[in-house]
Design a protein around this ligand. Structure first.
Ligand code: C2E
Ligand code: CA
Ligand code: CA
Length: 540
């Protein structure tokens, strides 16, 4: 019953314009018949009824509709209705033309207001479906979207990892303009593409399925190409996830992005530009298998450390080492840390891993000390380690097994834990600092904390993330930010190190900007313990 009724409503909505025109004409004709044959005395008094269809048609059909109905009603209620049939007295021509003019005016006015109303309504409607800043479609729009049933579509998730930094560095306008440009370019690639912005730094694309490889190439090209906004080159750090769905059934469209989101996140974690969800079930399995093998690998020699030197930018001599974990898997060969650390961090094994890394680094330090080389070695501490209550005491127990001074140990931590749990982090860091350990903030600038915020923690070194290094030569704003960071950090008494230097120009520039030390492939890639000891001996 209800279904029947709603079908009727749908039908009426669909043909509402034709229905309005038919209703208005019929109303005018019926009114004519009433005036002509039923009314006894002042027939023209009934002509006022004509305003109902005139205004109605004006509002729904616009000024043209109002005009036509005004003329029709004016003529029908004019020469065709005599004042009296016996004797036949016609209306005075000027009277009915005057009335018709008023009717036309009423129709036109109603039409103008009707149009204004429709336009405002559309604007309000658009506002509900689009972000007011980027003007891209939002999640409401997605909910109202319908796709052609039983067709295949490609769903793409785009994560813009440094969206916030772009806003801070280049300004919100540049960021939103970039997003709009991407939309424009995507539409000129395929006009059926839909771009939705579910979150500020996240985009979703729906595209009728075509050649996937071509789509990937084209979208990467568009994201890269669009990054020049009024002569300013933006550095956009994006990762894409793709998934294809056959025979899309019209349920909640957002669900189709679950897989592309996973793929994009995985791509982001692995520092890839994109990933396709297909490869995925096998990948998940892989990480599960890896985790089961990890525990054993910690003790059988397949997990070990490489060391990357840090250099003093003035003297160009090594000033320290960073220990970086490596996994030489028996069948899968080298597995990079970003491929397993985030999985290990989800388990308790992360505590054992950090302790092993600490043992190995102390062992290397001891060997260096015995050969007369004394340089701090830093190890990476996982955020999760701070949530182990016995973390400090376990680390101290290990330190005591080796005859190494704490001042030669540096702990690299990221801002995350300090932001999440400042009180606890401060207490733990103070315990280490009091023993003489050095504390470094790793990947600084990638997160959201500021130097002012970090000042409450006992910190010695700020390591500026390599995301800045990558754009410093081409982006003057980045240069200013890095310079300001270096100056402020120095004023606060921190040593400043910059990560990821890959060429001489960047190294020279950073030296000029006042940066004290640096790390990067330009100076040296991570090397095995044996190689690094041999290398350092020449500086003894
Ligand atoms: P990270 O702490 O930021 O380490 C620096 C990473 O940058 C290393 O990658 C290093 O090889 C790489 N790198 C150094 N110079 C350059 C350069 O000039 N260009 C480029 N493109 N990369 C450069 P790696 O060894 O793959 O480590 C990746 C991440 O894994 C590390 O990032 C760190 O977060 C984590 N990690 C590594 N070892 C450990 C560990 O023992 N414990 C924990 N918790 N995390 C670790
Ligand atoms: Ca590090
Ligand atoms: Ca780092």
């Amino acid at each position: 019953m209800i279904k029947k009724y709603s079908k009727l409503v749908d039908w009426m909505k669909r043909y509402h314009k034709i229905l309005t025109a038919v209703f208005s004409v019929v109303f005018i004709l019926i009114n004519y018949l009433i005036m002509r044959y039923l009314v006894m005395y002042d027939r023209t008094a009934w002509s006022h009824l004509m305003y109902i269809p005139i205004i109605f048609a004006g509002v729904i059909l616009g000024p043209w509709g109002g005009l036509i109905m005004g003329i029709l009603a004016g003529i029908v209620a004019g020469p065709f209705i005599p004042i009296s049939d016996q004797p036949l007295i016609r209306q005075f021509w000027a009277d009915w033309i005057f009335r018709m003019t008023i009717m036309i005016l009423a129709g036109l006015l109603a039409g103008a207001f009707g149009n204004l109303y429709q336009r405002t309504r559309q604007q309000v409607f658009d506002l509900r479906l689009r972000h007011s800043d980027s003007l891209l479609l939002n999640i409401n729009a997605l909910e109202q979207m319908t796709l052609e049933k039983k067709k295949s579509y490609t769903f793409v998730s785009i994560i813009i990892a440094n969206g916030d930094s772009i806003c801070e560095v280049a300004g919100y306008h540049a960021y939103y303009e970039y997003l709009r440009l991407v939309e424009k370019e995507l539409l000129s690639y395929d006009k059926d593409i839909k771009l939705i912005q579910p979150k500020p730094n996240h985009l979703w694309v729906i595209k009728p399925t075509g050649d996937l490889m071509k789509d990937i190439d084209q979208m990467l090209h568009i994201l890269h190409q669009s990054a020049t906004i009024s002569d300013q080159r933006l550095f956009v750090d994006y990762s894409l996830g793709f998934t294809q769905k056959k025979h899309v059934q019209d349920t909640k469209l957002a669900n189709y992005f679950i897989h592309s989101d996973i793929a994009a996140k995985e791509a982001r974690m692995k520092n890839l530009t994109h990933m396709i969800y297909n490869d995925f079930d096998t990948l998940r399995l892989l990480s599960y298998e890896l985790l089961t093998e990890f525990q054993e690998a910690l003790y059988d020699g397949s997990l070990y450390l490489n060391y990357q030197p840090k250099f003093d930018l003035k003297t160009k001599k090594p000033s320290g080492l960073e220990a970086l974990i490596r996994w030489n898997h028996p069948t899968r060969k080298m597995i990079r840390p970003d491929q397993f650390i985030s999985d290990v961090e989800q388990t308790n094994m992360i505590h054992e891993m950090t302790q092993q890394v600490f043992r190995w680094s102390l062992d290397c330090q001891k060997k260096l000390n015995e050969k007369g080389v004394f340089l701090p070695i830093s190890i990476n501490i996982s955020t999760r380690n701070f949530y182990d209550e016995a973390f400090f005491s376990k680390m101290m127990t290990i330190l005591k097994e080796y005859d190494v001074k704490p001042k030669y140990v540096e702990l690299e931590i990221t801002e995350t834990v300090l932001m999440e749990n400042p009180e606890m982090s401060k207490a733990i860091l103070e315990l280490f600092a009091n023993e003489g350990f050095k504390i470094a903030i790793d990947d600084f600038g990638k997160g959201y904390s500021s130097l002012a915020y970090l000042a409450q923690f006992p910190i010695n070194i700020i390591k500026i993330d390599r995301i800045f290094t990558r754009q410093i030569l081409i982006n003057p704003t980045t240069q200013h930010i890095v310079k300001a960071t270096i100056d402020l950090a120095k004023q606060l008494g921190y040593e400043v190190l910059i990560e990821g230097i890959e060429d001489k120009e960047t190294a020279d520039l950073l030296e000029r900007l006042g940066c004290q030390s640096a790390q990067g492939y330009y100076f040296m890639k991570p090397k095995s313990e044996g190689e690094i000891i041999t290398y350092l001996l020449q500086y003894k």
